[in-house]
Write a new protein. Structure first.
Length: 270
C-alpha cells in the first residue's frame, strides 16, 4: 500500500479551506487501490481495548469518519442498515480520524485522550454497533489512506483491498460490493468516486454538524464554499426530510428564487 503523506501542520488544519475541500473530491494516486494489501494496524478502541486488523478473520469494511463530518453523520444510518444485513459475514470498523470541520467545541485533538473523547461521542451519538478504532493525533493510519474524511475500503479475508468508495454514503455501489464479498466473490466494480447523492446527503446534515462544532466551523465554510454553505443553510429548513431530499429541495428553492429575481429585473428593463 502506498502512503500519501502531507506534512503534519497541513494535516491538522484548524480552518477548512478550498484546498481541503478540493482534495476531498477524488482519490489521489497514493490511495490504497483494489488488488493492494492493506497495511495492518494496532489501535485503541473508543470503548476500551485495542483492535489489530490482523486479528479479524472475516472480510473487513473499514470506514473513515469524525464527529464533525457531515458525510459521516449522513452515511452512518445507511451503514447501520448494511451492517444489519451483512454484519454476520463482514466485519465493520470505523477509523476515527481528524475532525473534518474543526471548531471551538470540537477542534483538532491535541492529545490521544481528546481524540478518544470525540470518538466515544461519535459512537454514542450515532449508536454505532461496530468498533470505532482511534488513529493517533498525527493521523498515521489516515494519512496512509489518502486522508479522505468518509471513505470506505472493503478487504477480503487476506487483507487485500477489493473495493473502495470515495464516500461511504454511496450505498448502492457499496451494497453490490458487500454482496459479492459475502458470497466469496470479487466485486465486479473495483471502486466508486460518485459524488452527487452522497454529497447531497452530507450537505443535508451540514448545518447541524457545523453548529455542533462551533462558530468557527460555520464561518470557515461560508468563506471557503459560499454556494455550498447557502444550500446547507436552506436545506436545514427542510428537516425532517431525508438529508439528500433536503439538499435537492434547497437547490430547487434557491433556483426558483434566482429565476424570480431574474424575471423581475428582466421585466424592469423591457
Amino acid at each position: 500500500m502506498n502512503a500519501t503523506l502531507s506534512n503534519t501542520a497541513d494535516y491538522l488544519y484548524r480552518h477548512v479551506t478550498p484546498k481541503v475541500l478540493f482534495q476531498d473530491m477524488r482519490f489521489s494516486e497514493g490511495a490504497p487501490a483494489a488488488g493492494e494489501r492493506f497495511a495492518g494496524f494496532d489501535l485503541p478502541l473508543a470503548d476500551g481495548g485495542r483492535l489489530r486488523l490482523e486479528d479479524l478473520h472475516k472480510p473487513v469494511l473499514l470506514v473513515t469518519g469524525s464527529y464533525t463530518c457531515p458525510m459521516t453523520a449522513s452515511s452512518n444510518p445507511l451503514l447501520k442498515a448494511l451492517h444489519a444485513e451483512f454484519g454476520d459475514r463482514i466485519e465493520f470498523v470505523m477509523l476515527h480520524v481528524r475532525e473534518a470541520h474543526p471548531g471551538e467545541r470540537y477542534d483538532q485533538p491535541e492529545t490521544v485522550e481528546e481524540k478518544m473523547r470525540h470518538a466515544r461521542e461519535l459512537k454514542r451519538r450515532d449508536q454505532l454497533p461496530w468498533p470505532v478504532a482511534v488513529d493517533d493525533t498525527e493521523g498515521t493510519v489516515h494519512r496512509m489512506l489518502d486522508e479522505k474524511p468518509n471513505a470506505a475500503y472493503l478487504m477480503d479475508r487476506n487483507g487485500v483491498v477489493v473495493f473502495r468508495s470515495l464516500w461511504a454514503g454511496d450505498v448502492s455501489r457499496l451494497r453490490e460490493a458487500l454482496e459479492s464479498v459475502s458470497r466469496g466473490e470479487r466485486p465486479a466494480r473495483r471502486e466508486s468516486q460518485h459524488r452527487l447523492v452522497p454529497m447531497a446527503r452530507g450537505v443535508g446534515t451540514m448545518r447541524e454538524m457545523l453548529e455542533r462544532s462551533g462558530p468557527r466551523a460555520t464561518r470557515d465554510m461560508w468563506l471557503s464554499a459560499p454556494p455550498m454553505a447557502a444550500i446547507a443553510w436552506v436545506a436545514d429548513r427542510y428537516r425532517p426530510l431525508p438529508p439528500h431530499w433536503r439538499t435537492f429541495a434547497a437547490v430547487a428553492t434557491i433556483g426558483a428564487i434566482a429565476a424570480a429575481v431574474a424575471s423581475v429585473f428582466s421585466t424592469r428593463h423591457d
